[in-house]
Each structure stands twice: as C-alpha cells, then as structure tokens.
Design a protein around this ligand. Sequence first.
Ligand SMILES: C[C@@](CO)(OP(=O)(O)O)[C@H](O)COP(=O)(O)OP(=O)(O)OC[C@H]1O[C@@H](n2ccc(N)nc2=O)[C@H](O)[C@@H]1O
Ligand SMILES: Nc1ncnc2c1ncn2[C@@H]1O[C@H](COP(=O)(O)OP(=O)(O)O)[C@@H](O)[C@H]1O
Length: 284
Amino acid sequence: MTEPVFHTYPAPAKLNLNLLITGKRDDGYHLLDSDFRFIDLCDSIDIALRDDGDIVLLNPIPGVPADSDLTVRAARLLQQASGSTQGASLRLHKRIPMGGGLGGGSSDAATVLLALNRLWGCGLSRAALMQLGVKLGADVPVFIFGRNARATGIGEQLSEISLPEAWYVVLQPTVQVPTAAVFKEFSRRVLTGQAGFSTMRTLATTPPRQNDLQSVVCQMYPAVNEALSALRECGSPLMTGSGACVFLECGDENQAKTVYRSLSSRFSGFVAKGLAAHPMFDRE
Ligand SMILES: C[C@@](CO)(OP(=O)(O)O)[C@H](O)COP(=O)(O)OP(=O)(O)OC[C@H]1O[C@@H](n2ccc(N)nc2=O)[C@H](O)[C@@H]1O
Ligand SMILES: Nc1ncnc2c1ncn2[C@@H]1O[C@H](COP(=O)(O)OP(=O)(O)O)[C@@H](O)[C@H]1O
C-alpha cells in the first residue's frame, strides 16, 4: 500500500476589532456589525486524500469527539454538497486557544472547505463555500472570504476593509467562554432593559472601539475583567468576540513586546501581527 501524501494548510485566528450587536433574528441569532482582522497565530491542518470515502481525524482534540470536530463536519458537508466520493485523513495542529473568541474552530472548518474543494476538484465558488460554511457557524464565512472584513447580518454579509499594519498583545484569561451562553445573557439584559441594541454604523462613521458583549462577559468571568484592567495601564484594550481573550493594538512590534513582557508573569498570552489577508487567499 502506498503511503498517504499529506499537504499542510494554515488556519489563522481572528480578532473582532469592534463588535456591535444591532438586533436579533426570529431564529434567535443576533445581528452584528463587526470588523474582523486576521492575525498570524495559526492552527495548521495536514490533509491527505483517501479513496475509500471516509473522513478520518487522526488526532481528535481531547474532549471534542471526532464526529463533532468542525474539521470533520466541514469535510462531510462538502462531500454531501458536491457529491464527491473521495475521502480525507486530517491531522490537526492546534495553537489557537479554544473558546477564546479567536475563531479557531471556525477557521479550521473554513480551511478544510477551501482545501478539499481544490483537492477533490469540486469546483465550488467562494460564494458557494461561504453559504456552506455558515451552516457550521456564523464565523466560518469570513475565513472563506479571505480578506479583513466588516461583517453584518450574523457574520455572513462581508465587505473588504483595508487596515494599517499593527501588532496585538493578546491576553488569554484561563477560562473558556461558551458563545451561546453569552448571547443568551445579553438577550436577557435587552429584554429586562439592562442593555440595548446598538445602531448599525453608517459608512461615514469611524468604527467604535466597542464590544457589546464585553460587560456581560466581565460580569460572568472576573478573570476577563482583570486582564482588561491590566492592559488599560498601557492603552485602550478590548475583548474579542464573545471572549475570553482580550487585546491591545500597538503601532509597532517593539511596543507590543514590551507591553507583553511587563504582563507575562501574571497572564498567559502572546504577541501577534495583524495580517493583510488570510494566508490561503490568492488574488486570482
Ligand atoms: C461572537 C463571534 C464574533 O465573531 O465570535 P466568537 O466569540 O465565537 O469567536 C461570532 O459571532 C460567533 O460565531 P460562532 O462561534 O461561529 O457561533 P455559532 O457556532 O454560529 O453560534 C453559537 C451560538 O451563539 C449564538 N449566536 C452566535 C452568533 C450570532 N450572530 N448570534 C448568536 O446568537 C447562538 O445561540 C448560537 O447557537
Ligand atoms: N477544530 C476545532 N477547534 C476548536 N474548537 C472546536 C473544533 N471543533 C469543534 N470545536 C468546539 O468549538 C468550541 C469553540 O471553539 P473556538 O472556535 O476555539 O472558540 P471561539 O468560538 O470562542 O472562537 C470548542 O470549545 C470546541 O468544543
């Protein structure tokens, strides 16, 4: 039997540079207005073709059964949608903290869709892959879109944005935040008048450095508040997505490293560079 040939594909993390919650759909999903930026912290996925049609994750994440891993779900969804009879073996190298608001699972799913669409020769357009991706999670389409983007709808309506070079100090409080619980608590606060929906910004407005989920998460998880307070000594930090990670934008790498060094004995985290585009994005 011939040895399988693996190819390796990157799956970058994202930051939400702002996150406004502008409303709620009838199905319970919330409407957002958010600027997504890719950063250079990446998972990577080794993929080899199989001709038996099986989708096999060789190294499941402890606590996440292979069948519920977003990489496996993405591959099976593409098989169904394209009618492909080919399979794949997947090996996942996780570096993006889980439940951190950095979109790791969604990015892994997007990378599998992009890679297998090519390897299986499915020929689905980027738009068709994005429509498939949103079935796996609201964050998946932006990673298939491939450029830093302003997202509206639940995250599936995307327009490219151009962002200056920047480095980010990211602190990772030692909690995993369940996205659904955070949205649920935000919704409860809206219903009881303790919070309100933001207005979608107009094109002319400078994006506010605001995350409407931040105060909810800080109350549920004091560790997130502590990380924000520590970064506030150096600037104006923000939480990404539904947390738990928080970040501070810096204009140059030295500044970011200096800030991180001053906090690294108290917090885990890392310094990341903002990317101009997804590493798999080729401007054809
Ligand atoms: C908040 C954001 C911002 O980028 O990021 P993360 O913190 O997850 O990274 C995303 O909107 C998260 O997207 P994603 O993580 O793919 O969420 P999903 O799996 O689709 O949804 C998980 C649950 O969160 C709630 N949910 C999610 C997205 C949304 N726009 N409205 C919601 O109400 C729903 O209860 C849903 O069942
Ligand atoms: N490949 C994957 N990588 C990470 N998480 C995954 C993956 N597949 C499924 N999950 C599940 O999705 C949850 C949230 O994942 P993640 O994308 O890391 O966080 P967030 O939505 O906060 O950005 C995890 O706790 C895990 O149960």
